[in-house]
Design a protein around this ligand. Structure first.
Ligand SMILES: Cc1cc2nc3c(=O)[nH]c(=O)nc-3n(C[C@H](O)[C@H](O)[C@H](O)COP(=O)(O)O)c2cc1C
Length: 167
């Protein structure tokens, strides 16, 4: 699928908002992901307020693109799910779905990891006064790429990583 091969992390954006119907499709794509026992352990905070994006950038030293983004999306992991061993995998699938839909919509994104029990988790929990029922899993910056060819193919295929029938 072309979108899978062309999606790249995009860290520079146009000063242009993302239309509400596109934001809606990003959320729908994320929630369309597969999940263990169909537990759907996700919630999202969509941030389009500039001041909040500036403050959000302090969650990590590697989040400097956030103040220039149209949106930040915080992917939240719901706690006490049926299949807690697999919630991280479910959220990875939801996050990737969002990234791929964004690329399809002509948008650029960066996935920023939070890390269980990390300082980043504590920062976000405090900043958004999150209840114990949710923990931040990832932050995604979203915006129209400054370079319209930013989503472009790099070949990462490595045949030595593929094993047939035995390791
Ligand atoms: C779990 C995870 C955490 C990441 N954290 C960051 C981050 O904190 N800041 C950042 O700029 N990029 C981050 N990235 C993006 C990676 O750097 C990027 O996906 C990788 O270099 C491959 O480049 P590409 O996305 O353009 O294909 C993260 C990606 C993943 C999957």
């Amino acid at each position: 699928m072309e979108i899978i091969f062309n999606r790249r992390s995009v860290r520079k954006y146009q000063d242009r908002p993302v239309e509400a119907d596109k934001v809606d499709r990003l959320m729908r794509a994320a929630m369309q992901a597969p999940s263990a026992t169909n537990q759907q352990p996700w919630e999202f905070i969509v941030i389009d307020d500039r001041e909040t994006l500036v403050k959000l950038a302090d969650f990590s030293p590697y989040a400097k693109m956030l103040p220039g983004a149209a949106l930040g999306v915080i992917v939240l992991e719901k706690q006490n799910m049926r299949a807690p061993l697999f919630t991280e995998q479910d959220l990875g699938a939801a996050t990737q779905n969002l990234l791929l839909q964004a690329a399809f919509e002509g948008l650029g994104t960066v996935w920023m990891g939070v890390g269980r029990g990390s300082e980043r988790e504590a920062f976000l929990t405090e900043m958004f006064s999150l209840p114990e029922s949710v923990k931040p899993f990832a932050v995604i910056a979203v915006g129209y790429p400054e370079d319209e060819n930013a989503n472009k193919f790099v070949d990462r295929y490595d045949e030595t990583r593929v094993h047939y029938n035995k390791y």
